[in-house]
Design a protein around this ligand. Structure first.
Ligand SMILES: Nc1ncnc2c1ncn2[C@@H]1O[C@H](COP(=O)(O)OP(=O)(O)OP(=O)(O)O)[C@@H](O)[C@H]1O
Ligand SMILES: [Mg+2]
Length: 245
């Protein structure tokens, strides 16, 4: 059986409104994909559905990851099975500091017996890589953080939790030019550490495609997949927009 991500004839509703209509796509282990499409086309809906957000109902089709039927797994089980969603708009977790959140996530997903001091060493190393000041780890998750700062912490979570399937929902939005340069560094780190890792990047901007060099592009329009194939399509998109497809 196929060991990557397999989305078959998937349809998704939110509050009984059909958003995704009969899409199929496949991501092989070790591949990098970009998902593009106009605003409101269903990209984040697909990301939430892969993660198992309870508001998104699968009305048709199936999703398999590493041969497991995701319909049988709760969001936390999907996380433990190596799926990670970097949010388009990361949430505030009132009353929970970054350190507590990251330590509990790390113990739950990566290493249940790591000591706090060893964890601190790991997290401090990744903070250095991402130019995050370690004092910030004592602040409440995303509370008062700027858009770009929140995205930087999404990158920190990816590095820490070492997911097998990484979904970046518009990681580039809100990032300044210097932070944007961290992206290839993080991707390089991820792919070298685990050659089987699948990376799915949702974006509007061709410039990010230059940084991540996806092997495949998928384009969603009004909930339907209208293109799945080589990245050569991007120049056409830049010139003619999505109507050119
Ligand atoms: N509760 C809801 N009821 C009805 N429609 C909804 C609901 N939630 C989301 N939608 C609609 O689903 C559609 C897809 O939204 P989604 O966030 O997946 O788009 P997107 O492709 O990620 O867009 P963007 O590029 O702007 O992030 C949108 O038209 C949105 O308004
Ligand atoms: Mg979106």
């Amino acid at each position: 059986m196929f060991r990557g991500l397999q989305v078959s004839q998937l349809s998704v509703c939110v509050d009984n409104n059909p958003i995704i209509n009969n899409i199929s796509l496949q991501c092989a282990p070790g591949s990098i994909h970009a998902l593009m499409g106009p605003n409101g086309s269903g990209k984040s809906t697909l990301a939430y559905t892969l993660m198992g957000h309870p508001s998104y109902s699968v009305t048709q089709g199936a999703i398999y990851f590493q041969t497991k039927d995701l319909a049988l797994l709760q969001p936390y089980e999907r996380a433990r099975n190596g799926i990670f969603l970097s949010f388009q708009q990361p949430y505030v977790l009132s009353g929970v500091t970054w350190l507590t959140f990251l330590y509990e996530s790390y113990k739950s997903i990566v290493n249940s017996i790591i000591t706090y001091s060893s964890f601190l060493e790991v997290v401090h190393n990744y903070c250095a890589l991402l130019h995050i000041k370690t004092e910030v780890l004592h602040r409440v998750v995303n509370q008062g953080f700027s858009g770009g700062e929140r995205k930087r912490f999404e990158l920190l979570q990816v590095l820490l939790l070492k997911p097998q399937l990484v979904i970046f929902d518009e990681i580039d939005s809100g990032l300044d030019v210097d932070t944007l340069k961290l992206l290839p560094l993080v991707l390089d780190h991820l792919t070298k550490a685990c050659p089987d890792r699948i990376i799915l990047v949702i974006t509007h901007y061709p410039r990010i495609l230059e940084l991540i060099a996806p092997e495949y592009i998928h384009v969603l329009k009004a909930g339907a997949l209208i293109y799945s194939g080589a990245p050569t399509i991007v120049s056409l998109l830049e010139q003619g927009g999505y109507d050119a497809l």
